[in-house]
Design a protein around this ligand. Structure first.
Ligand code: G6P
Length: 605
């Protein structure tokens, strides 16, 4: 939930840390801070609010000279977003500073123990115990102090630790929170995410849980939890710098919406060879699978809800969709004949990881669909299919969602062919429809210039209802989530057939209802629901195929999408809803890329 970054080298650390923090700000943005080792002491600067405040307070880092330091951008868990609760936290003697991403679960007992021993706490955070433990265990050897401290901690943590007595040195520790080391020449880095490193180096080391690293300007040494040196593979970062910049757009979200045709193509094209779908190293014995469970959180979960229809229809295997936060505690009915599909843009969502581990322990085969290379979910699953979407920075996912759908559609078609549940002609026809997706997404982007006007009409709404049936209902779930998370307008999705079982009581004069009508087989039914809500005064904005004249005569406003096979329609249909949410949020003056109270990577339960 937070972002951490560290630098040791030849330049002043603070500007490098600030640049890294800017890239990590999507992970949390309620307060920020840096600690730099200078002339045998540690100088700290913290602010509440955004990185821009830290830039201003430190005059672009100039007020914190020194060539070794750590930085943090926070999404508050323990204690309000105040300056004392902001990281880095320092020891009572001022000789140590720590930044942390994750949660120390046993911090209460550690805090009591340390208080009894005379350590004074300045914050309400769980993190502060770490720095006091390091001080307590330091006997002239930082590595030993770090190891003894780690052994006392329970929970998830990526830590960056500096010590005034060992200038030029940083320890970076990883346990169940992402941490990547960047290798430079005469300078070295760590960060929560490669986006913070890519401007400086393309050579990275991915730490595993239980490992820690000692960084100096001249090198990086990684150790296992017993302190034994280990050799790590150096990986090449393939994301480019531009991919992590706004590239002329007002917001990352708009840029990422516009990138979708390209991202979907990049995800799909390498996996279609002639008339074959080739899914990397996936060699699941599908004939042994009698149930598929899809688990995820947030939009990734909704991608699962939408793809369920395609997988069931094509493969004739029951597909259950389960929220990861529920699945993990549900004593799930899962065995060796279950395929668990785990969806996650970041690959680091805590509940999703926990649900996956729970199901794995019950024998499930696990297939991950992940965007961030080398992330925990990617590494834990039996097989991983990456969504080649490039970095997604806006908190509200867009290309993450559509590329997840793309992978699942590919999987559905691939599995159906393996299971022989569709014939060759149907397979070829569907493959052609699937290959058209990037082009159709581009058309969906281009064909609705009226959305900015619609946003002007609807932005004052107090609440909105999104209705649809079947695949349209799945899109309604994601459409409503997009609207509420960035525009702060209450939005609810309903299976259109459920309206008359309660929700219709909420329809009144002028109530906006977004009706999704892109599933030919049941559009007539949804149209009846449109008539019902209109009879009660609703203002209906319908989303439909260009040629659907009947809906034009019913609805107050229209958004069109190009004709697309129903099985794959969600990927196209969501596009105008993303744009609508974007423009409504813009009208309302919202902070689109960093909505209040949210964070992109939810690494706490
Ligand atoms: C957060 C993000 C959502 C995302 C969800 C799951 O809530 O704001 O956009 O869908 O986490 O994240 P994941 O990285 O697992 O896809």
């Amino acid at each position: 939930m937070c972002g951490i970054v560290g630098y040791t080298g030849i330049q002043n650390a603070a500007p490098v840390l600030l640049e890294g923090l800017r890239k990590l700000e999507y992970r949390g943005y309620d307060s920020a801070g840096m600690a730099v080792v200078q002339d045998g002491r540690i100088a700290v600067s913290k602010v509440t609010g955004r990185i821009a405040g830290l830039v201003e307070k430190t005059e672009d880092g100039r007020l914190l000279p020194g060539t070794t330091g750590v930085g943090h951008t926070r999404w508050a868990t323990h204690g309000a977003p105040t300056e004392p609760n902001a990281h880095p936290h320092t020891s009572n003697d001022g000789r140590f500073a720590v930044v942390h991403n994750g949660i120390i679960e046993n911090y209460m007992e550690l805090r009591e123990e340390l208080t009894r021993k005379g350590y004074h706490f300045e914050s309400e955070t769980d993190t502060e115990v770490v720095v006091h433990l390091v001080e307590m265990y330091y006997k002239g050897n930082l590595k030993q102090a770090v190891m003894r401290t780690s052994a006392r901690l329970q929970g998830s943590y990526a830590l960056g630790i500096v010590c005034a007595d060992e200038p030029g040195k940083i320890f970076a520790v990883r346990e169940a929170s992402p941490l990547i080391l960047g290798i430079g020449i005469g300078e070295n880095y760590f960060a929560s995410d490669v986006t913070a490193l890519v401007a400086y180096t393309r050579n990275a080391i991915y730490l595993e849980d239980g490992e820690f690293a000692e960084l100096t300007p001249d090198g990086i040494q990684v150790y296992d939890c017993a302190g034994r040196p280990i050799q790590k593979k150096i990986s090449r970062i393939t994301w480019d710098i531009q991919a992590a910049e706004k590239g002329g757009y007002d917001h990352f979200m708009l840029k990422e919406i516009m990138e979708q045709p390209r991202a979907v193509k990049a995800t799909m094209a390498p996996r279609i060879k002639g008339s074959d779908i080739v899914l990397d190293d996936v060699d699941i014995d599908l004939k042994q699978i009698n149930k598929i469970v899809i688990t995820a959180c947030g939009s990734a979960y909704y991608a699962g809800c939408a793809a369920k229809y395609a997988i069931e229809k094509l493969c004739r295997i029951p597909v259950l969709t389960e929220l990861a936060s529920e699945l993990r505690y549900s004593d799930p009915l899962i065995d060796g004949h279950t395929l668990l599909i785990v969806l996650s843009q970041s690959g680091e969502t805590a509940d999703t990881i926990a649900a996956m581990r729970e199901c794995k322990s019950r024998g499930a085969k696990t297939l991950a669909v992940v965007n961030v290379v080398g992330s925990t979910i990617a590494k834990t699953a039996d097989w991983c299919l990456y969504t080649w979407a490039g970095p997604e920075i806006a908190v509200a996912t867009t290309k993450g969602y559509t590329t997840q759908l793309t992978v699942l559609y590919l999987f559905a078609l691939y599995a159906a062919r393996k299971l022989e549940t569709i014939d060759d002609a149907a397979y070829r026809k569907l493959l052609t429809s699937l290959k058209a997706l990037p082009k159709l997404l581009q058309q969906a982007l281009d064909m609705n210039p009226n959305i900015t006007q619609l946003a002007k009409k609807y932005h004052c709404a107090y609440s909105m209802f999104f209705i649809g049936r079947n695949t349209d209902y799945a899109v309604a779930l994601e459409g409503a989530l997009k609207m509420k998370e960035i525009s702060y307008i209450h939005a609810e999705s309903y299976a259109a057939g459920e309206l008359k079982h309660g929700t219709i009581a909420l329809i009144h004069e002028g109530q906006p209802v977004i009706a999704l009508c892109c599933n030919d087989s049941i559009t007539e039914k949804t149209m009846s629901n449109i008539v019902e809500v209109k009879a009660r005064g609703a203002e209906v904005l319908a989303v439909a195929f260009k040629d659907n004249q009947k809906i034009v005569s019913l609805a107050d406003d229209m958004i069109f999408i190009p004709k697309v096979n129903t099985l794959f329609s969600a990927a196209v249909e969501i596009v105008p809803l993303q744009i609508l949410a974007y423009h409504v949020a813009k009208e309302n003056g919202c902070d689109i890329d960093k909505p209040k109270n949210l964070a992109k990577s939810v690494t706490v339960e």
